[in-house]
Design a protein around this ligand. Structure first.
Ligand code: PEP
Ligand code: MN
Length: 336
């Protein structure tokens, strides 16, 4: 349920509604909007009586939210979520390009790649310091030394950085160093991690689980928002299917559906979706055409030497070509 306040409702009136919600044993989540505040009512079961809230001063309307995900839903917030990360706009009318290596491997590798992607047109840098690898014998990431390198990349290039927190234990350290904390596909339903992300002051990029339905994905985002963190970026990265021609199957149809269901920004990761460099540019073009708000692309200054995901990492000049192509598609696809 959602209590919508009148334009110009006072803080006192908002506080009174919050108190009335809590007095019934429910949880109140104020959602400040452009011109009015709404207050989400959580933890209420079944058919809650709306009349005690409707009569309170400053209340315009009480709306029943029919979806299982509440705060994430467009029923709760009709307009797109838009936020700023270190001067970079996420969501709404912006197209945000995030690029960088799968893993931070050395200062030289990270800085060379970062300067190259920035020159090409990326606004943010990605790079894992903690890597979730299928094999325990594969490179696991530079860990804290990798986080220090990410901080240096931000200082030297001015780009905000995205990096993954693979578990609850490392979350604090990643959160401190990164501008956006990534939760990977394997962790999409790690509920304790999602709750921790909900308490974070940093935006969270939530990958879709490789076998997750859209409802499950949106419910995972709901965990983060229910914890009080409203800055969530959804990222489609391909799902498991029977095909052999790519690592996963990029579910592009998820983008318009999620955009209809949710106000949150939706990014696409064509690199993990395909696993192959030759598919990354065509899939990026398609992702932008169907309405993605951003791309998360793996780029390495020398992919042949990469310690992880070299086969899907673009050379810097390929990323530059991608940037040139998608800007035009972006303009065309957003023109009514
Ligand atoms: C990544 O982006 O580095 C990554 C591991 O992605 P995913 O969780 O989508 O596999
Ligand atoms: Mn990778």
């Amino acid at each position: 349920m959602l209590v919508v306040m009148k334009k110009g409702a006072s803080q006192e009136e908002i506080d009174r509604v919050v108190a009335a919600i809590e007095a019934r044993g429910f949880t109140a989540r104020p959602i400040p909007g452009g011109d009015r505040t709404a207050i989400g009512v959580l933890n209420n079961r079944g058919d809650t009586d709306t009349s005690p809230f409707l009569v309170l001063p400053g209340v315009k309307d009480v709306i029943r939210v029919t979806r299982p995900y509440k705060l994430v839903s467009r029923e709760t917030q009709a307009q797109d979520s838009v936020f700023d990360v270190g001067g970079v706009q996420i969501g709404g009318g912006a197209l945000t390009l995030v690029a960088g290596p799968c893993a931070i491997e050395s200062e030289d590798q990270a800085l060379r790649t970062a300067h190259a992607v920035k020159r090409a047109g990326a606004q943010m840098f990605r790079g894992g310091a903690f890597k979730p690898r299928t094999s325990p014998y594969s490179f696991q990431g530079m860990e804290d030394a990798g986080l220090r390198i990410l901080e240096k990349v931000r200082r030297e290039t001015g780009m905000p950085v995205v990096s993954e927190a693979v578990d609850h234990e490392v979350f604090d350290r990643v959160e401190e160093a990164a501008d956006v904390v990534q939760i990977g596909t394997r962790n999409m339903q790690n509920f304790t991690l999602l709750k921790r992300a909900g308490r974070s002051g940093k935006p969270v990029l939530l990958k879709r689980g490789m076998s997750a339905t859209l409802d499950e994905w949106l419910m995972a985002a709901e965990y983060i928002m229910a914890g009080g963190n409203h800055r969530v970026i959804l990222c489609e990265r391909g799902v498991r299917t029977f095909v052999r021609h790519s690592r996963n199957t990029l579910d592009l149809s998820a983008v318009p559906v999620v955009r209809r269901e949710s106000h949150l920004p939706v990014f696409v990761d064509p690199s993990h979706a395909s696993g192959r460099r030759d598919q990354v540019i065509p899939l990026s073009r398609a992702a932008v055409a169907v309405g993605a708000h951003g791309l998360l692309v793996e780029v390495h200054h020398a992919p042949e030497e990469a310690l992880s995901d070299g086969a899907q990492s673009l050379h810097p000049e390929e990323f530059e070509a991608l940037c040139g192509q998608i800007r035009k598609i972006f303009e065309a696809s957003r023109t009514p």
